[in-house]
Design a protein around this ligand. Sequence first.
Ligand code: UD1
Ligand code: CA
Length: 459
Amino acid sequence: MTNRFAVILAAGQGTRMKSKLYKVLHPVAGRAMVQHVIDQLNTVKLDKMVTVVGFGAEKVKEQIGQVSEYVIQEEQLGTAHAVQQAEDLLKDKEGTTIVACGDTPLITGETFQALFNHHEQEGASATILTAKTDKPAGYGRVIRNDVNEVERIVEHKDANEHELLVNEINTGTYCFDNQALFAALQEVSNDNAQGEYYLPDVIEIMKKKGEKVSAFLTPDFEETLGVNDRVALAEAEKTMKKRINEQHMRNGVAIIDPDQTYIEPDVVIESDVTIYPGSILKGNTMIKSDAEIGPNSEISNCHIGEGTVVKQSVANDSKIGDRVKIGPFAHIRPDSIVGDDAKLGNFVEIKKTVLGDKSKVSHLSYIGDAEVGSNVNIGCGTITVNYDGANKFLTTIEDDAFIGCNSNLIAPVTVGKGSYIAAGSTITEDVPEDALSVARARQTNKEGYVTKLKNRKKD
Ligand code: UD1
Ligand code: CA
């Protein structure tokens, strides 16, 4: 089996993005572009992966981690110069080297694999991944000779008017015979419109040496999109979204309006889940079968149980049980655990709270830093007063308790099993099991007092 190596170009600043963030770190479907490239390349068995970093090197390395080795390109003198930085790590090795760009986030592992296979079957020194488009502006054009063989690649800025009409583009991904690549790189000059050392120039150099140069035309231009500005970034987002959503639909997920549903790549969704428009599912979210999500819900790093309904709500870093009803307009903040058959109604916020099975917080409440048992009913407008300006304190509400409307539970405090809190109470001390606690001023009615007042005004 031929050795396979990869060089990923990720040193550029990405001036055209007009951003503080380095280009290859811009996210598509919530994941840095260069990470998509690495993840897809990793589906092919590789013997070595080298990423060329420069601008934002530390940040890019932090993003990619240990799966790759790194070389630094101190000055961005062009893509050929970038590949040359990997010379010490690769030059003498026998095998095939794929070069991919960190700004082409949509190329799939299948395409990388197909390019390797084509290249190795052809026994070529270089194989360019090419695509056809009616909008080739900005891309290098693939120039073929009379017998349709690839001769060279000309950059958009260096192309003459005939060359500009060519609709076959260089995707920026290539396979090379490793040793032939590093030999040819020695001969690349920067005598061109941008004064850069262009990697595509190795094609013409190899061709002139009589080496075999091939092209592998992928039928899917969409997949090869190079992201140089925010317009292309939005286009990449759209394509990625479509790809992810279609995969879920094929797996049995009902997505009512795929154009308005945003699902990140690591989200897992079981069949017979329904997702309504305006939903955003992020991170390591898992949604079990028969759940209904949305409209307009944002869920990040959550486990959502079977048959649970989440309407117009936001949930982060939490575990929600089966058959739970959430929303409309609930906010589940990190580290919460919601039991089965529970309910969190409108304008309810919970944070770092365990809510037991069948417990209900139906309206207008804040429950934070709390441990709530099962079958507890928390009335409208209840607040756990968990913060004194410096520290947070725990509220414990045991099973079967009933908290009357508009109660303040001043933590640390425990409300015992089965006890009742009268509406409007401010609870500052623990409530024993089975007790009724009333903590509010008594009502006094002054009969006839209004008329007396009015008469006094007339005098
Ligand atoms: C490049 C190709 C072009 C191709 C297009 C496909 C060249 C000269 N042109 O153009 O033929 O159609 O990609 O998308 O190669 N980079 C470095 N160091 C550098 C310069 C670039 O690491 O000195 C990295 C960038 O971070 C980027 C990648 O190489 O990830 C491509 O560079 P970019 O400037 O975007 O090239 P294009 O103009 O898009
Ligand atoms: Ca580019």
